[in-house]
Design a protein. Structure first.
Length: 113
């Protein structure tokens, strides 16, 4: 059984929701207030706050509070574990496909004899 990485699971859980991905896309432009992030979603503020909580728990965003204004910013380096895992998976599958290709080519050569 593969090792279970809870941090990676948190990241994929956070990225699984389209609303959270759109929030991250918006924050990639510049930090934003919670109300600015809620506006285009059409969701009520408590619902957006739950989405932000998931993103913050996964380490994908940071928040700061100045009086009653909460501002969110993306933490781009938090995606590094996802990128590393995907690169590892790509290497595994590319190696498997290379072996399959070699096998098929070998079978074709054998049949041509």
């Amino acid at each position: 059984m593969a090792k279970h990485d809870p941090d990676l699971s948190l990241l994929f859980h956070a990225l699984a929701d389209p609303t959270r991905r759109s929030i991250l896309t918006r924050l990639a432009e510049k930090p934003a207030r919670v109300t600015e992030l809620a506006e285009p979603t059409g969701l009520r503020l408590p619902t957006v706050m739950r989405h932000l909580s998931v993103l913050e728990e996964a380490g994908l965003i940071s928040t700061s509070k100045d009086g009653r204004i909460r501002t969110c910013a993306i933490v781009p380096e938090a995606l590094d574990p996802v990128r590393t895992w995907l690169d590892e998976q790509r290497a595994i599958w590319e190696a498997r496909l290379d072996r399959l290709d070699a096998f098929v080519m070998n079978v074709m050569k054998e049949r041509a004899k």
